[in-house]
Design a protein around this ligand. Structure first.
Ligand SMILES: [Zn+2]
Length: 136
């Protein structure tokens, strides 16, 4: 389920990016046209200049907003996992990271031999992404 939502997010963001770049290109065209039109028609050039700046401003704003939203989604999609290991029988279990967890902390007794278990690893996991794609 999380994999499907991730691909939907990237599809939406690439669509938004396309619109932003089209707007940006049109705005730049308007700015260039304004420069050419200025000697003959300063009033029209003024309007083109206004449109151009509005377009550039708007697309930059949307781009920043989208980037922020993608970053937030990326943070939400990550989770921290704690590995608990029994030193006596080697039983291993994974659970969500809990506040106050640290490596070599003693936690709940082992499900198999009732001995004390230790936290051996704490790592961040990206949901819906394979380990090969993990950025180093
Ligand atoms: Zn054990």
């Amino acid at each position: 389920m999380s994999k499907a939502s991730t691909s939907t997010t990237s599809k939406i963001s690439s669509f938004v990016l396309m619109i932003i770049f089209v707007t940006l290109a049109l705005s730049l065209t308007a700015l260039i046209l304004a420069l050419y039109a200025f000697p003959q028609n300063p009033e029209a050039a003024g309007y083109l200049l206004l449109i151009g700046f509005l377009g550039v401003g708007l697309s930059t704003y949307v781009l920043l907003q989208t980037r922020r939203r993608i970053l937030r989604l990326r943070i939400e999609a990550t989770s921290i996992t704690t590995t608990i290991e029994c030193k006596k029988c080697g039983f291993k279990s994974l659970r969500e990271f809990q506040r106050g967890d640290y490596i070599f902390k003693e936690v709940e007794p082992c499900q198999k031999c009732n001995d004390k278990m230790l936290i051996t690893a704490i790592f961040r996991e990206i949901k819906g992404k394979r380990k090969e794609g993990f950025p180093s």
